[in-house]
Design a protein around this ligand. Structure first.
Ligand SMILES: NC(=O)c1ccc[n+]([C@@H]2O[C@H](COP(=O)([O-])OP(=O)(O)OC[C@H]3O[C@@H](n4cnc5c(N)ncnc54)[C@H](O)[C@@H]3O)[C@@H](O)[C@H]2O)c1
Length: 255
């Protein structure tokens, strides 16, 4: 028996960090299912390429440059999105960075500040800008956190702190705006095979790389389509009673 895919047809969806990895895979899946998508990213060339490929396939993906760490840049993005899509049903706050693994006392101020600025304050900028766009019709904000927001993260403490913060913001906003029919949820992937993780693996020796695979009960990295499929379901009306939740997509790592 086959089941129909979660329906996102006609939904207006904004995805930050949409030029790569989880964001790009989500944009492509949602557009294939009939959503109108804006992807926003610092990476202009990669973002424009995805939008062009979508246009060639008759899909609706538009690129807009943003630095989520910059308040004015985020405000300009949301103004563009409202003008371009006419409404905002779902905002997916996915843009993020990691940092070079180091014990906490050796972590640089720059790494700490940048992780908080992009991963935490960037999500906060986007959450804040989403809310007025959703007062009229309700909406859904999906924050891409991480299992690093739910457990200890030795050697990537700034990244872990930023993702714990994202989950805190998600839970607070979920209660503040439930009556306004604006929902907030987080997704928490473990290691997924994206350029971010490939870059991390490239800086590790073989033993360290194997330890990452061994830490997964399923003995492999996740695939981007295993995250984008869950995100697509969250974007559909089928998730309508989920609010304030952190959805782990980790092959059982936190079980
Ligand atoms: N890949 C994983 O294993 C994994 C696991 C858990 C959570 N995550 C989270 O998923 C999200 C996506 O990660 P990914 O693995 O697809 O990484 P990725 O590096 O492939 O994509 C991240 C995108 O964010 C963009 N970006 C970075 N800083 C930005 C900024 N200031 N403004 C706008 N765009 C910016 C990058 O240009 C890039 O296109 C991140 O928030 C990451 O922390 C990833």
């Amino acid at each position: 028996m086959t089941y129909p895919a979660a329906n996102v047809e006609g939904k207006a969806i904004l995805i930050t960090g949409g030029a790569s990895g989880i964001g790009a895979a989500s944009a492509q899946l949602l557009a294939k299912r009939g959503a109108n998508v804006v992807i926003a990213d610092l990476a202009v060339e990669a973002g424009e390429k995805i939008a062009q490929q979508a246009a060639d396939e008759g899909l609706s993906i538009t690129f807009h440059k943003v630095d989520v760490a910059d308040k004015a840049s985020v405000e300009a993005l949301f103004a563009f999105t409202m003008k371009h899509l006419g409404k905002l049903d779902v905002a997916i706050n996915n843009a993020g960075i990691d940092h070079k693994p180091a014990p906490l006392h050796e972590l640089s101020d720059d790494d700490f500040d940048r992780n908080i600025a992009v991963n935490l304050k960037g999500v906060w900028h986007c959450m804040r800008a989403s809310i007025p766009c959703m007062f009229a019709n309700g909406g859904h904000v999906i924050n891409v956190a991480s299992v690093a927001g739910l457990r200890s993260t030795p050697l990537i403490s700034a990244y872990g702190a930023s993702k714990h913060g994202v989950i805190g913001l998600t839970k607070s906003a979920a209660l503040e705006y439930a009556k306004a029919n604006i929902r907030f949820n987080a997704v928490c992937p473990s290691f997924i095979d994206t350029p971010m993780v490939q870059n991390t693996l490239a800086h590790m020796n073989e033993r360290q790389q194997q330890s990452i695979i061994k830490a997964s009960p399923m003995k492999r990295l996740g695939r981007v389509e295993e995250i984008s499929g869950a995100i697509a379901w969250l974007c559909s009306d089928e998730s309508s009673f989920m609010n304030g939740h952190s959805l782990t997509l980790d092959g059982g790592m936190l079980a």
